[in-house]
Every structure is written in structure tokens, then in C-alpha cells.
Design a protein around this ligand. Structure first.
Ligand code: NAI
Length: 254
């Protein structure tokens, strides 16, 4: 039992995480555009600043668990917003709230990345480099010239690397930090992708060895596990929960 902060808490996976953590006795401070304790637009620097400030106020600067879940899907028309929310909306809060978690027993963070992070030429992509350099203006310009597939996968690839790059610093501060890479999960985001004339076809073609999509509650279970003491030695990992989708596409890489 403690204080948890969940971004994207109003819908889908974030809403399922909220319910899961409240069921375990946590007080949850939700962060979202609407229907949350802290209402803020994470696509904008001023919204992110307001979010960090609002969270500090709501938690009195003491956070036990942080789940970075707010995100936009590849089908969204505003490609610039995809990279701003998915990358900067996560990393700004991660770094901005680190001191509120440092030294608290069992402090733990999960960033919701995606198995899309390995489904494209992202390793040395200029978008990923701009994101990791913290250059939001350049990242937004590159994203606007690309497509939703690159903007989304690139933002999640960079977020996964941002998690791993911070393992040393967060570990020293006594904060466990992991990412998860979900595959297709039945949420409003995926409803939007399915309905899109182009991305809908891509989503329909996804090969998932388990033969079904995840329910958001299944992803929330994994997040709850990673946040808890039973995962006490897990740190700096990106954990896949995708029904085998990534293994089917990249059987010889892990
Ligand atoms: P969702 O659309 O149901 O929920 C996303 C939440 O983020 C919404 O409540 C939305 O209001 C919030 N959000 C969006 N833009 C925001 C902004 N500018 N400021 C503040 N909040 C904002 O989506 P879902 O599927 O639950 O996704 C949650 C996370 O999981 C996302 O990061 C997504 O990329 C990731 N993910 C989802 C998968 C899926 O198949 N559904 C697969 C892999 C990763």
C-alpha cells in the first residue's frame, strides 16, 4: 500500500492499472487529459511542467510507484503529437519525479513501451536520435515528414532505450525501473487503429501465436507484478507481453 501515479489513467491499459493498484490498496493519482486527479496535456512542455507540479502537489512529493502509460497510436493524424506524448510525456515525468521516489522502500517504475519498437529500422533512425538527444523540435519535424508507423515505433524504441540508459542512475537512487512491450491489446487505442483505412490493414495482419489479443487487465497484471516486491531483482528490463508476436517476427533475436 502506498501512493501510485499512473499516466493515461482514464482509458485502456492505464485505467486497468489504476483499478489493479487500487484493488491492492494503493492510493492512485491519475494523470490524463480529462477524468483524472491531475489533468494535463502531455503533448506540450507547459502541460508536462503542470503535470509534474500537479503530481507533486497531489502526492506531497512522495511517490512509491509510477506507471507511464499515456500514449497515442500510429493511426493518429498528428504525427508530432505521437512523439511528444509517447516519448517526452513519459521521460519528462520519469526524470521530473525521480527525486520524489528516491530512497523510498520498494520504489518502482514501469514505462509502457511497445513491441512495435523492434518492428522497423529504428536502431539508428534520425527520429530516435533526436528523441534520445532531447531535441523535441527536431523530433517533431522528422516525425511530421514520416508516417505514423515510424512516429509510433520510433517513439517507443527511443522510450525503451531511455529506460535502459537510466538503469544505473535509478538503481543507485534505489528505484527499480523497467519497461514493458505489449502486443495488440483490446483498448480504445486499438479500436481507433482497426478503424483506420491503412493502419487497420496492418493491425489485421498481425500474427499472434497465441491467436488472440490481450485484454488490458492482463497487461495490468504484468505491470502490477513488475511494480511489486516479487519482482525485486528486475531492473532495466524490457518485458514482452505480446502473445508471441515478436518471437514470430524475430525468432533469433532477444
Ligand atoms: P488508450 O487510448 O485506451 O489510453 C491512452 C490514454 O492516454 C488515454 O486516456 C488518453 O487520454 C491519454 N493521453 C493521450 N494523449 C494524452 C496527452 N496529450 N496528455 C495526457 N494524456 C494523454 O490506449 P491504450 O491502448 O490503453 O494505450 C496505453 C499505452 O499502451 C500507450 O502508451 C500505448 O502506446 C501502449 N501500447 C498499447 C498497445 C495496444 O495494443 N493497445 C500495444 C502496445 C503498447
Amino acid at each position: 500500500m502506498g501512493t501510485a501515479v499512473v499516466t493515461g489513467s482514464a482509458s485502456g491499459i492505464g485505467a486497468a492499472v489504476r483499478k489493479h493498484l487500487e484493488g491492492a490498496g494503493d492510493r492512485v493519482v491519475g494523470v490524463d487529459l480529462h477524468h483524472a486527479e491531475v489533468e494535463a496535456d502531455l503533448s506540450r512542455p507547459e502541460g508536462r511542467r503542470a503535470a509534474v507540479q500537479g503530481i507533486r502537489g497531489e502526492t506531497a512529493g512522495a511517490i512509491d510507484r509510477l506507471v507511464l502509460c499515456a500514449g497515442l497510436g500510429a493511426h493518429v493524424d498528428d504525427l508530432e503529437a505521437i512523439v511528444s506524448v509517447n516519448y517526452f510525456g513519459a521521460v519528462t515525468l520519469l526524470d521530473g519525479l525521480r527525486d520524489a521516489m528516491a530512497g523510498r522502500p520498494g520504489a518502482s517504475v514501469v514505462a509502457v513501451c511497445s513491441n512495435s519498437a523492434q518492428m522497423g529500422p529504428f536502431e539508428e533512425h534520425p527520429l530516435v536520435e533526436a528523441l534520445l538527444d532531447g531535441d523535441e523540435a527536431a523530433a517533431r519535424t522528422i516525425a511530421a515528414e514520416e508516417n505514423g508507423f515510424i512516429a509510433y515505433g520510433g517513439s517507443k524504441h527511443a522510450l525503451s532505450r531511455a529506460v535502459r540508459r537510466r538503469a544505473a542512475e535509478f538503481g543507485e537512487a534505489g528505484i527499480r525501473l523497467n519497461g514493458i512491450a505489449p502486443g495488440p491489446t483490446q483498448t480504445p487505442l486499438m479500436d481507433g487503429a482497426k478503424a483506420h483505412p491503412i493502419y487497420g490493414r496492418g493491425v489485421a495482419a498481425l500474427k499472434v501465436p497465441l491467436g488472440r489479443w490481450a485484454q488490458p487487465e492482463e497487461i495490468a497484471e504484468l505491470i502490477g507484478f513488475l511494480l511489486g516486491d516479487k519482482a525485486a531483482y528486475m531492473h532495466g528490463s524490457i518485458v514482452y507481453a505480446d502473445g508471441g508476436n515478436d518471437a514470430a517476427l524475430r525468432p533469433d533475436q532477444f
